[in-house]
Design a protein around this ligand. Structure first.
Ligand SMILES: [Zn+2]
Length: 142
């Protein structure tokens, strides 16, 4: 994958914002999903989940899915990376063992899997594009 800049990544909304109740605190939770493209090249898709009002324990969560998500793709060819947006900023977050136990369709990548890889720059470009270009996340930019 060649290096892409966030300016060159387009964000396509793939559905309306979904509203659910958080399992733990019943706070209203919103989720937005979309596709990421660089020109003709499909880079991946994403979800952003946040609670309204913003909960102390639930910073906004960004998850980016890359790899082969065609029907021919296998779980070891599909990866997901994520970041919580805490007061200190966005960082790479690990998946808990409980979460890993429930995942069968893809390979969750942790912080250590991404640090110092060429893909890390692309990941952050995708995150920046989501924040800067997704119209549903306008409130995050203020
Ligand atoms: Zn909760």
């Amino acid at each position: 994958m060649t290096e892409v800049r966030w300016e060159d990544i387009s964000v396509e909304e793939t559905g309306p914002v979904e509203r659910t109740q958080c399992d733990c605190c019943r706070a209203e939770t919103l989720q937005a999903t979309g596709d990421l493209q660089s020109g003709e090249e499909w880079l991946g898709f994403f979800s952003v989940r946040w609670s309204d009002p913003r909960g102390e324990d639930h910073p906004p969560l960004f998850t980016v899915y890359v790899g082969d998500w065609s029907e021919a793709g296998t779980p070891d060819q599909r990866w997901a990376i994520r970041s919580y947006w805490r007061d200190t900023g966005l960082g790479l977050d690990d998946w808990s063992s409980e979460e890993r136990a429930g995942i069968t369709g893809f390979t969750p990548l942790d912080r250590a899997d991404l640090l110092d890889t060429p893909f890390a720059a692309t990941y952050w470009a995708m995150i920046d594009a989501i924040i800067m270009k997704d119209g549903r996340l306008e409130h995050f930019r203020q």
